[in-house]
Design a protein around this ligand. Structure first.
Ligand code: HEC
Ligand code: HEC
Length: 301
């Protein structure tokens, strides 16, 4: 705040408080010299009122709050740029809180960082911490229950595009992932897209048009094998989907699969190393690693 504005705020704030004080003290003085309360001059529907001063306790309450305001403004920031005698600020208070929390949790984080993911995934307190971290940093894309939505993978179903081992999940979180599925519309044309879509559907053993799928198989062998493999099982190194499971990131309808082929897909999982420290990434890795198993046992119950 510039000095001018600061002065303006100070003058207005103190001026208002002064005004209130004057008003309170002034109305206190309206007393009848005889000690008797006079009736007011006006009357409405037979109702009249006394011209009595404010009750004493009310006046004192006002004066009390004005004094409180002055003391507060003296101690805490409130008067323009004047920081207050205590030097308190909301940002330093937040910083102190964070430092205290950090100091309290540091030994726990230290210990967890040295615990293998498989073991951490079975530790109730670590799961609770992971759940809270997931809610803060991951749920906006993957959903609070980690079940995803079209374009955002379900992390509970045991199907992993980039691999589900602790090392692979950790790598996904630390560096993020960029999937690069090229657009095939210009290469295959409408008929080629339709035929290849039938072949992709046949890979998952779903009802399909066998003749079209046979034509599609040729396109597949030429353009798709490099990333999705000859049997369609995908490649976790590239994040290329396993096309045999019938589980799709973008949806499994003919239209959606055809759109994936025609326009390509470029899903991005943002790198977390800029956002989270090693210990938190470790706890989240364990949390995500344990999700499919915890999900399965919850289903059975
Ligand atoms: C350069 C490697 C590469 C090639 C070549 C490639 N794909 Fe892909 N494909 C990917 C990647 C990576 C993804 C995941 C995209 C994402 O997650 O955003 C993918 C996704 C898909 C999907 C969406 C799956 C889902 O879960 O929704 C389908 C369907 C697909 N590919 C089929 C094909 C077909 C058919 C071809 C050949 C015409 C092909 N791909 C060629 C890398 C490739
Ligand atoms: C901005 C949205 C976004 C946020 C935030 C996000 N993710 Fe992702 N995540 C994605 C997308 C999109 C993919 C799929 C990338 C692709 O197409 O392969 C993904 C992929 C993943 C995968 C790989 C899944 C597989 O099939 O191999 C894991 C594991 C994962 N995310 C965990 C997390 C965790 C844990 C967090 C929180 C720290 C997180 N994500 C935060 C969008 C997000």
């Amino acid at each position: 705040m510039s000095t001018g504005w600061s002065l303006f705020v100070i003058v207005v704030t103190l001026g208002m408080l002064g005004g209130f004080t004057w008003l309170v003290l002034n109305t206190r003085r309206i007393q009848d010299p005889d000690g008797a309360n006079k009736l007011n001059a006006h009357e409405f529907d037979g109702i009249t009122e006394y011209d009595a001063p404010m009750p004493e306790w009310f006046t004192w309450m006002f004066i009390g709050s004005i004094v409180f305001a002055l003391v507060y403004l003296l101690l805490y920031p409130g008067l323009g740029n004047f920081p207050g005698l205590l030097g308190w600020s909301s940002s330093s208070a937040l910083e102190q809180d964070q430092q205290r929390a950090e100091a309290r949790f540091a030994p726990l984080f230290e210990r967890y960082l040295r615990t293998p993911v498989e073991e951490l995934a079975e530790t109730p307190q670590a799961i609770r911490m992971g759940q809270r971290l997931f809610g803060n940093y991951c749920a906006q894309c993957h959903g609070t229950a980690a079940q995803g939505s079209p374009g955002y993978p379900n992390l509970t179903d045991g199907h992993w595009a980039w691999g589900g081992s602790p090392e692979q999940i950790r790598a996904t979180l630390v560096n993020g992932r960029r999937a690069a599925m090229p657009a095939w519309g210009p290469v295959l044309g409408d008929d080629g897209i339709r035929d290849t879509t039938e072949f992709v559907i046949s890979l998952a053993d779903r009802d399909h048009d066998a003749e079209a799928a046979a034509r599609g198989a040729e396109h597949y062998a030429q353009f798709c094998v490099a990333c999705h493999g000859s049997e369609g099982r995908g490649n976790p190194g590239l994040g290329a989907a396993d096309l045999t499971t019938g589980v799709y990131l973008y949806g499994g309808s003919r239209e959606t699969i055809a759109a994936s082929l025609r326009n390509g897909r470029n899903g991005v999982m943002p790198a977390q190393i800029d956002v989270l420290d090693e210990a938190r990434i470790h706890i989240l890795t364990a949390y995500v690693y344990g999700l499919p198993r915890r999900h399965d046992s919850a289903e059975r119950e």
